[in-house]
Design a protein around this ligand. Structure first.
Ligand code: 4NP
Length: 152
């Protein structure tokens, strides 16, 4: 099983989801590969946003070794589940889908904790520091659900 977390810049939301999921998968000894990507290319090769790194560290989930990369069509072949943070990510990823099978791999992250509600993980990039903890909490809860699904 391979899971890809996707957001816009790949420096805030998706690397945090990636780091949380990697940690949980490792702790539970699951054979699951986790990665993340952004639909945009501004932060390719960059470390996560310092505010996200700090929040991650404070919560015991280091992500400073992750580096940004852009989502690519080949990711549809590589990954079984492509979990996106908001509706614009969903639109940008599915725009690159080659067929219905590709589209079916894409899901909104918050549907893990709020099935069928199509809610969005807010982008903390332009907001205040407190937004990063809120995002962390959402990603922590969602990755718990994803872990449970993958254990079954
Ligand atoms: P992310 O946040 O999608 O959660 O990584 C963003 C980071 C950077 C930019 C936008 C969103 N940006 O425009 O550079």
């Amino acid at each position: 099983m391979k899971v890809l977390m996707v957001c816009l810049g790949n420096i805030c939301r998706s690397p945090m989801a990636d780091g949380l999921m990697r940690k949980k998968v490792q702790e539970h000894g699951l054979d699951v590969v986790v990665d993340s990507a952004g639909t945009g290319d501004w932060h390719v090769g960059d470390a996560p946003d310092p505010r996200m790194i700090e929040t991650a560290k404070r919560n015991g989930v280091p992500i400073d070794d992750l580096r940004g990369r852009q989502f690519k069509v080949a990711d549809f072949d590589e990954f079984d589940r492509i979990v996106v943070m908001d509706k614009s990510n969903f639109a940008n990823v599915t725009k690159l889908a080659r067929d219905e099978k590709d589209v079916q791999k894409v899901e909104l992250f918050l549907n893990l904790t709020h099935p069928g509600k199509d809610l969005e993980v807010p982008d903390p990039y332009f907001g205040g520091d407190e937004g990063f903890q809120d995002v962390f909490d959402m990603l922590d809860a969602g990755t718990d659900v994803l872990l449970k699904e993958l254990k079954n």
